[in-house]
Write a protein that binds this ligand. Structure first.
Ligand code: DGL
Length: 256
């Protein structure tokens, strides 16, 4: 099959990357996608870097064995821990990662703190340290590690007391301060965006990295000359390492 007609592989530690897939399908409707959620091994965000790398390579192999033309790492944690190694291994195809969207948050030029919610691994890794350094002169950024939040979402809680209590506790310290924006540095968190909005003042922008990632995906497909030029709507296949219920949950989130 000609390269441009192959699918784009997208993966995450679980259902979180569906927030990126949703944006990708919107912006690239004629592409075919294969999504792999590694819910059996979730959460990645509280594991050691070596273990995350091992898991990421396994998932990438699965996608490559399905003949994908590009890989989207729809997981901030996996990107922090493994993107360089992944690009070294798969030199001949675009490998796109995701990172906390600090730049769009800074660009809003609202006064106050930029709260960055992400997994402990993402916030601890060098990649994020470098990113923060790049923007430190423009705003005060406050990393807020959220261990356990991705798991709550994996369990299918998108609203209600479990989610609300978690977010209330996490953001309690900042409620009285001026918040410029909240950056969602984990692809699971957009699914509880409304709940976050209820806890802080409703006019605070909540930004995630999916738009930037999909823009970069499109640019890469163009530069490799592998944009799918068919005119009909693309196919989406979803796999999950845990069970069929997670596949069903993923389709529901994709259509939500
Ligand atoms: N969705 C993943 C991310 O963007 C993290 C979830 C996890 O800890 O597995 O970082």
């Amino acid at each position: 099959m000609e390269n441009k007609y192959k699918s784009i592989g997208v993966f995450d530690s679980g259902v979180g990357g569906i927030s990126v897939l949703r944006e990708a399908v919107k912006k690239l409707p004629n592409e075919d996608f294969i999504y792999y959620g590694d819910s059996k091994n979730a959460p990645y965000g509280e594991k050691g870097v070596d273990e995350i790398r091992k898991l990421v390579f396994q998932v990438a192999e699965t996608l490559v064995s399905r003949q994908v033309k590009a890989i989207v790492v729809a997981c901030n944690t996996a990107t922090s821990a493994a993107i360089d190694k992944l690009r070294e291994k798969y030199k001949n195809m675009p490998v796109i990662g995701i990172e906390p969207a600090l730049k769009p948050a800074i660009k809003l030029k609202r006064g106050g703190k930029i709260i960055v919610m992400a997994t402990p691994v993402t916030l601890k890794e060098n990649k994020f340290m470098r990113l923060m350094k790049q923007y430190e002169d423009f705003a005060e950024m406050v990393p807020v590690p959220c261990p356990g939040l991705a798991e709550i979402i994996e369990q299918g809680h998108f609203s209600g007391p479990v989610v609300n209590d978690y977010i209330e506790t996490k953001l309690a310290t900042y409620k009285e301060e001026k918040i410029a924006a909240i950056v969602l540095g984990c692809t699971h968190y957009p699914f509880v965006k409304e709940e976050i909005s209820k806890v802080v003042s409703a006019n605070i922008p909540i930004i995630d990295g999916s738009e930037g990632t999909v823009r970069q995906l499109k640019r890469k497909l163009q530069s490799y000359n592998i944009i799918n030029d068919k005119t009909e709507k693309g196919k989406i296949e979803i796999f999950n390492s845990l069970n069929e219920e997670m596949v069903e949950l993923s389709y529901n989130l994709l259509n939500s």
